[in-house]
Design a protein around this ligand. Structure first.
Ligand SMILES: [Zn+2]
Length: 269
């Protein structure tokens, strides 16, 4: 062993035990990183699963609420934007592209399927009371409404009215195409089998008496009452019932409001 060897020898001896310690330390650090990494990844996965569950929960509730709303017409406190409160009149035509999913009724009639169950219940109970209600008009297409309007104009012209006068007057009893609630599928004309004339004589018929007293509890309202013609723009029609859903129908019935007034109330305007 020369001098140089002697000088370095202790250092080499001293280094020998250090290497395994470093390796051990490196392994320990690697294991630590691995464990912490796994724990972190596990937490992230758990978070993700929880977030996914939370994301799904409101969606499932919304779907359930929608199904319930479709069944009962009730989806919470009334708002002027609710589907069952859509306002169609001379100033508010049918929204462009408005689509109706209809359900067929006997006699070739049809309604928006969202009001079918309540309409069926109302008709069943009216019949159970010993009466004979007849639905003589329900969902109408634009073409059908046009046909009815043109026919009314012809009738009035044949009575001596000018075309302009006939069209203006026709609009008070047969809504202009595009402004009829019948195009929504949420309106039905119901008459008494013993009197099927669409005039004020309907109001004294037992079917109308029953409907005027009870329709609100099925979500329907007499849409054009005698004292609201100046608001609705439509003559008294003691046969035209509009589905608005049970909560709104009850409130309108109790407060004596027509749809225009009720919507103004719930929208705060
Ligand atoms: Zn009608």
């Amino acid at each position: 062993m020369n001098r140089t060897t002697r000088r370095f020898a202790p250092r080499r001896r001293a280094l020998r035990p250090v290497r395994p310690r470093r390796r051990a330390l490196a392994r320990l650090v690697a294991v630590y990183i691995l464990v912490v990494g796994c724990l972190f990844a596990g937490l992230r996965l758990a978070d993700g699963a929880l977030a996914a569950q939370q994301d799904e929960r409101p969606a499932a509730q919304t779907a359930g609420q929608e199904a319930e709303a479709r069944k009962t017409g009730y989806d919470g406190p009334s708002s002027a934007g609710d589907w069952n409160l859509v306002l169609i009149n001379r100033d508010n035509p049918l929204p462009e592209g408005y689509e109706v999913t209809t359900a067929p009724l006997a006699g070739g009639q049809a309604v928006d399927d969202r009001c079918l169950a309540d309409l069926q219940a109302m008709m069943d109970d009216c019949r159970a009371a010993g009466l004979e209600p007849v639905i003589c008009s329900s969902y109408r297409t634009q073409d059908k409404q046009q046909e009815l309007f043109d026919e009314q104009v012809r009738i009035l012209e044949s009575r001596g009215l000018s075309e302009g006068e006939a069209r203006a007057k026709a609009g008070t009893s047969v809504a202009l195409p595009g402004t009829s609630e019948h195009q929504l599928g949420l309106a039905v004309d119901i008459v008494d089998a013993r009197n099927q004339l669409l005039d004020s004589s309907q109001e004294s018929m037992p079917v109308q008496q029953w409907l005027m007293a009870n329709s609100w509890s099925y979500g329907f309202v007499l849409r054009y009452p005698s004292d609201k013609s100046d608001v609705t723009g439509i003559i008294y029609e003691p046969w035209h019932y509009r589905y608005v859903g049970k909560p709104a129908a009850r409130e309108m019935h109790e407060a004596g409001l027509c749809l225009e007034e009720y919507r103004a109330l719930v929208s705060g305007s």
